[in-house]
Write a protein of this length. Structure first.
Length: 322
């Protein structure tokens, strides 16, 4: 049963040509209080993480806080009441089971009234950090080629292991209450409880809890590195000391390396990467020429962030989790 807070687990992922790649796995559930957290019975995906970097940890916390704030308390109450009903059914407490189902149904009706256009209401989430991809573009290409070769020769276990070594992202998995199907499950369960068919009622409720809709969204760590490097470069470029100018140039080099890594991992298309790089080169020229760069930095960061947002949205997907 899933509980609030963090759960840390470790495992090793080794297979065929991928042997030698050791990946530490951890599970990061949303930091919700016991009063608010539903035990939804959905297992969170393990989070694969390389060497933790301060910048990545900051971004993970930001993503976690943003996602946590999007959870709907009414929907979470529905989940809690469903669990209460299951507990009452197990104790053969018909009165409490029906009361809990009635409360859950009332909350669901409120949700439907408030969210006429929303089919899914977020109730819980997990955050997965994976930063194990090589920094070198050629190393990424070699792994990708090996993965393609494994697929071509139907060595799918090897291919999956290799794909895991090509990840550098923060992935948020959100579990959602499906308004189209959940109310029906509550009503069906109430009818079964009223008829004394407790086993069938429990089965209906467990299926409902274990088939919450899942939406995944991935955020590129290399692109986050680009935006952070641009921010630091901008701060240094606005200062007058020669050392600060040198630091700004250094940070632009960091941004270039991160951009190349993102492109190699397929997180940014070549056309966009080339456009971003031209802006970075222009900023480098202006810094060395002692020209004003504040507006240029702002425009480039806005372009990267805008692309960043579109990319993350495009990677969102829905599925049914069990």
């Amino acid at each position: 049963m899933r509980t609030a807070g963090f759960r840390w687990n470790s495992r090793f992922l080794t297979s065929g040509v991928a042997a030698g790649f050791m990946i530490l796995c951890l599970t990061l559930a949303g930091p919700l209080s016991h009063a608010q957290t539903p035990s939804v019975g959905v297992k969170a995906a393990p989070a694969v993480q390389g060497d933790a970097r301060p910048g990545v940890e900051v971004q993970r916390k930001q993503v976690q806080e943003q996602t946590n704030s999007s959870l709907d308390k009414e929907a979470m109450t529905v989940i809690n009441e469903t669990r209460t009903a299951l507990s009452a059914i197990a104790k053969k407490d018909k009165k409490e089971a029906l009361a809990a189902l009635e409360r859950a149904t009332g909350k669901v009706n409120i949700l439907i009234a408030r969210n006429e256009k929303a089919a899914l209401i977020p109730v819980e989430f997990s955050v997965e950090v994976a930063d194990v991809a090589p920094a070198d573009g050629q190393a990424i290409k070699d792994l990708a080629d090996a993965c393609l070769d494994a697929v071509k020769n139907k060595r799918f276990s090897d291919a999956r292991a290799l794909l895991d070594t090509l990840r550098s992202e923060i992935r948020v998995r959100t579990f959602n209450l499906p308004l189209a199907t959940y109310p029906g499950a509550l009503m069906q369960a109430a009818k079964l409880v009223d008829e004394g068919k407790n086993d069938e009622a429990s089965k209906v409720l467990n299926v409902a809890l274990n088939t919450l809709a899942i939406v995944d969204k991935a955020t590129s760590i290399p692109l986050m590195d680009v935006t952070e490097a641009l921010k630091l470069a901008d701060e240094s470029a606005q200062k007058t000391d020669v050392k600060d100018k040198a630091e700004a140039t250094k940070q632009l080099a960091v941004a270039t390396a991160a951009l190349k890594r993102a492109e190699a991992l397929g997180q940014v298309d070549p056309k966009s990467a080339n456009e971003f790089q031209k802006h970075i080169d222009e900023l480098d020229r202006k810094i060395k020429g002692k020209e004003t760069t504040a507006s240029s930095f702002a425009k480039l960061r806005e372009k990267v962030l805008s692309w960043f947002k579109r990319s993350s949205q495009a990677q969102s997907r829905g599925q049914t989790g069990k």
